[in-house]
Write a protein that binds this ligand. Structure first.
Ligand code: G16
Length: 539
């Protein structure tokens, strides 16, 4: 039943910040998925003693891609494939399963927070035995393979029924269909004090969790309503849909509008949260109050002792360069290690594996810990609820007290979307060339201390990565520029603005950073080069 099919390379199969993401219609071309998956198998080499996980966020084309990969895995001689029931597993749950059952790796089919559907995006991430996405050294090898591929192997057979749990066989490959929710829920029960959370729910404290018609619906229903006891209806948009019901499943102030409107209305719950398409991003809200992911990371780290799993002590903490420095002040106060890495969760993996860090997070609505090797949306929500249960304080109170103690990094991100790739690349190259000349310059109240590209030297594997350009000001403010690595067409220029205030902590963030925004646009000549005088998305 094994066929060898001749193919020719696609030249666009380089992984971005997190796996390969393309328009669904591109991925649906004949041989597109097959070429990419075969290239991964070729890089792995001997598959006869390997067990790999397969699942995805349920978006359009998930079911078809899953069948293709099952048949290719069998044809390539894989020992065993562990398939999530209905092909359905969140990114963090995938990491739990890989680690718990000591698998060799996993395919997670997801384009994360990008919209789904035939006209949306599709994606494929590949993790290794750590449960985290492969490092750049491996993704580069995979890309090299995609450029020279001439054939792939696939079984010519009926589809495998992945809608029921159990064990199957295809050629010599074992297939085990598992429940993609169970192991994740058990892990959360090991980390958090569910009895304390049940007490919080029983006290009448209300929450709303928006699953955005994406993968976390079943997880959230089970955890928040069934196990903790928040009332029915606390979890909304909980039925995963292939096109996310038309939603853009990115949990931020712009795209999670339904939840934001609710939490800023007079009907607001005490606590609000949303997760993204594959369940690794989170947004935290209080009544009429938004917590930036930057502050969230700092606050969770500061409160680690309240969580049973971390109470005995933690290693250090890490953030991406674009993320605000709020957590650096917490790390200093707790005297723990502090690391700054390039954007992309994969850069945290070595730090976790080597026990350098326990917590990590990014401005892009990702927070997580070394319990797995991906960011974890529901984990972050449970952490916040646990802090509330232990302190009896509201989200707003917890956050403002944090600012009063540590100062506040006012933070806003500007996104300039749909920019021509050549224009964006030139803008970044010219800006980089200009950086050395900026040192010492004064713009209004702000004087440049230093301006340079962000370069990361991984202390574990010695690799060097350059990502983003940073202007540091003498008052602790920063402007960071980088190009998005998760889009499926054109370029998005991201500009991250941070302004530190130690005393004046209750101002409007946009007002506070707007002088920096003006400097950022002027210095990089964004309006002149892109025709855009203001950002398309401000978060
Ligand atoms: C992915 C990565 C994150 C990263 C984000 C940035 O998020 O996993 O680590 O911060 O991309 O995206 P961009 O390159 O567009 O700024 P996700 O949730 O899409 O997997």
């Amino acid at each position: 039943m094994i066929k060898t099919v001749a193919t020719t390379p696609f030249t666009d199969q380089k992984m971005g910040t997190a796996g390969l993401r393309r328009k669904s219609k591109i991925v649906m071309q004949p041989n597109y998925i097959e070429n990419f998956v075969q290239s991964i198998f070729n890089v792995i080499g001997d598959l006869s003693n390997k067990t790999i996980l397969l699942g995805g966020d349920g978006r359009f084309y998930n079911d078809i891609a899953i069948q293709k990969i099952i048949k290719m895995a069998a044809a390539n001689g894989l020992k065993k494939l562990v398939v999530a029931k209905d092909g359905f597993i969140s990114t963090p749950a995938g990491s739990v399963v890989i680690r718990k059952y000591q698998l060799s790796g996993g395919f997670i089919l997801s384009a994360s927070h990008n919209p789904g559907g035939e006209n949306g995006d599709f994606g494929l991430k590949y993790s290794n035995e750590s449960g985290g996405q492969v490092p750049t050294s491996v993704s580069d090898k995979i890309q090299q393979e995609t450029l020279k591929i001439t054939e792939y192997k696939i079984c010519d057979c009926e589809d495998i029924d992945v809608s029921r749990l159990g064990n199957f066989k295809l050629e010599n490959m074992e297939i085990e269909v598992i429940d993609g929710v169970k192991d994740y829920v058990e892990m959360m029960q090991q980390i958090f004090d569910f009895a304390a959370l049940q007490k919080l729910a029983a006290s009448g404290f209300s929450m709303r969790f928006d699953a955005m018609n994406a993968v976390t619906g079943p997880y959230a229903k089970e955890i928040f309503e069934k196990l903790i006891g928040f009332k029915d209806g606390s979890v909304v948009n909980f039925i995963p849909k292939p096109d996310f019901g038309g939603l853009h499943p990115d949990p931020n102030l712009v795209y999670a509008k339904e939840l934001v409107d609710f939490m800023f209305s007079d009907k607001a719950a005490d606590f609000g949260a949303a997760n993204d398409g594959d369940g690794d991003r989170n947004m935290i809200l209080g009544k009429g109050f938004f917590v930036t992911p930057n502050d969230s990371l700092a606050i969770l780290t500061d409160n680690y002792k309240l969580i049973p799993y971390y109470a005995k002590g933690i290693y250090g903490v890490a953030k991406s360069a674009a993320t605000s420095t709020a957590v650096a002040r917490v790390a200093k106060a707790h005297n723990i290690g502090y690391y700054e890495v390039p954007t992309g969760w994969k850069y945290f993996v070595n730090l976790m594996d080597s026990n350098r860090i326990t917590f990590c997070g990014e401005e892009s609505f990702g927070t997580g810990s070394s319990h797995i090797r991906e960011k974890d949306g529901i984990w972050a929500v449970l952490f916040w609820l646990s802090i509330i249960a232990a302190t009896g304080k509201s989200v707003e109170q917890i956050t403002t007290e944090h600012w009063q103690k540590y100062g506040r990094s006012y933070y806003i991100r500007f996104d300039f979307e749909g920019v021509d790739t050549a224009v964006a690349d030139k803008l970044m190259a010219d800006l980089e060339a200009k950086l050395p000349s900026l040192g010492g310059k004064t713009y209004g109240d702000f004087t440049v201390k230093e301006a340079k590209p962000f370069v990361y030297n991984d202390p574990v594997d010695g690799s060097t990565t350059k990502n983003g350009l940073v202007i540091y000001f003498t008052d602790g403010s920063r402007i960071v520029y980088r190009l998005s690595g998760t889009g499926s067409s054109g370029a998005t220029i991201r500009v991250y603005l941070e302004r530190l205030q130690t005393k004046d902590v209750l101002q409007n963030p946009l007002d506070m950073v707007s002088p920096l925004g003006k400097i950022a646009l002027d210095v990089a000549e964004i309006p002149e080069r892109t025709g855009k005088h203001k950002a398309d998305v401000i978060t």
